[in-house]
Design a protein around this ligand. Structure first.
Ligand code: CA
Length: 410
């Protein structure tokens, strides 16, 4: 989750959570003056954003608080290269996540069906968001939210934005929704099974299990209902699909293709577009935009519900990962790959393949910690060293070609 005004945060939060490659070597952590931090906090307390926070709450939550310099390093992190869409999809929609998604879908089907009936958001879509955002509640992020947000409220850029989130985090604790020690998340403040920012929590979180608390950390029903509420508030339309993969007619001019340039489905039909298997376009999507994430790769017609998914993370690649995962969860016969392959001769790796790659790197003596499937800075350095040895472009990217080369050399 990330607020649309701050799209970079969640992408990088996800990089941290899922350890997707793409970040340069970090700058050293700055030293932060504890006295300056204390002064800043005491000044914040009197500002309008903190009006709803009692003196007691504020004192309890900040009395022993020290600033965390590491969140500023992450705030200033610049991506080293733009990650191709097929790398995102390989990790986010791998066979493991589809399997886990089908299990979660079956386990929570009663709750999911009730939520779908109330909101119109399909159970598979809710499960897909859950899988991409927190790996079905497995990956919530371990940074204390109050400490991260207090630090970002007093140091670095975007302080005004983070002050609002800091105040909202304190309000979550004050109202007893989530205990302070449970309120952990990404460095930027996304937390819980839905990875909401604190302000997003107050706009969308739901107490679905009826215990009086909106607990998106420990209550799966609350988390699933809150995801559906978010999508409903983002304009989800009951009964409409998110979209579908399409086949373009020969010689089709796709230069103006855009998710936002929506046309009636009849217009696309007249232009010769069909479903990927050649069947006519279905009539349950009134209008759609043509989205082509990579030229020469798969093409999609996407409707208003895709826009609602986009609101979750302000990234078309993430929205596509959620939408496709939902399709794979809903239909056990659906193939993992799109009908049109991605335009690359070096596809991305699944988490299982990332673990295998790391095991091979460890066997070659690279000091990269454990083979956890997370491609962090150390793994990227080891990949670069192996790429140099193999005489290929040393970009630190984990792909099928490198994996194949290391398997052979093993
Ligand atoms: Ca509850």
């Amino acid at each position: 989750m990330n607020p649309s005004m701050f799209p970079r945060a969640a992408l990088l939060a996800l990089c941290a959570a899922w350890a997707l490659p793409g970040a340069a070597q970090d700058a050293p952590a700055p030293s932060l003056d504890p006295a300056e931090f204390k002064t800043c906090l005491s000044q914040l307390q009197g500002t309008p954003a903190f009006r709803a926070i009692t003196a007691q709450t504020f004192a309890e939550q900040t009395r022993t608080l020290a600033p965390d310099p590491s969140v500023l390093v992450l705030l200033n992190r610049q991506p080293e290269f733009t990650m191709p869409v097929w790398d995102y999809m390989a990790v986010l929609d791998d066979a493991e996540r589809v399997q886990d998604g089908r299990a979660a879908f079956a386990k929570w089907q009663d709750v999911l069906q009730k939520i779908e009936a109330q909101t119109g958001v399909p159970a598979a879509i809710i499960t897909g968001v859950w899988g991409v955002e927190s790996n079905f509640g497995q990956n919530l992020g371990g940074r204390p939210l109050v400490q991260s947000l207090a630090t970002l409220s007093c140091f670095g850029r975007r302080q005004a934005y983070f002050r609002g989130e800091f105040a909202a985090a304190l309000r979550i604790i004050q109202e007893g929704h989530i205990a302070p020690d449970k309120l952990t998340g990404s460095w930027a403040g996304a937390f819980g099974q839905t990875q909401f920012m604190p302000s997003t929590f107050f706009a969308n979180a739901v107490d679905f299990d009826g215990d009086g608390r909106r607990d998106i950390v420990d209550s799966v029903p609350d988390a699933l209902a809150s995801t559906a509420k978010f999508l409903q508030n983002a304009g989800w339309r009951r009964g409409e699909p998110w979209g579908f993969e399409v086949r373009l007619p020969k010689g089709f001019d796709s230069s103006g293709a855009s998710r936002k340039a929506k046309q009636p489905i009849a217009t696309w039909q007249r232009a010769g577009l069909t479903l990927a298997d050649g069947q006519p376009l279905p009539g349950d999507l009134p209008s759609a935009g043509l989205m082509i994430p990579a030229a020469g790769g798969p093409a999609f017609l996407v409707g208003r519900n895709f826009d609602a998914l986009y609101r979750y993370n302000a990234s078309e690649n993430y929205a596509l990962a959620i939408a496709h995962l939902a399709d794979l969860i809903a239909d056990p016969q659906a193939p993992l790959a799109f009908a049109t392959p991605w335009p690359t001769d070096d596809p991305g790796l699944s988490r299982a393949e990332n673990r295998e790659l790391q095991t091979l790197l460890l066997a070659r003596g690279h000091d990269i910690g454990t083979a956890d499937g997370m491609i962090g800075a150390k793994t990227r350095e080891a990949i670069k060293a192996e790429q140099q040895r193999l005489g290929v472009k040393a970009d630190g990217r984990a792909g099928q070609k490198l994996l194949a080369a290391l398997r052979k050399a093993d």
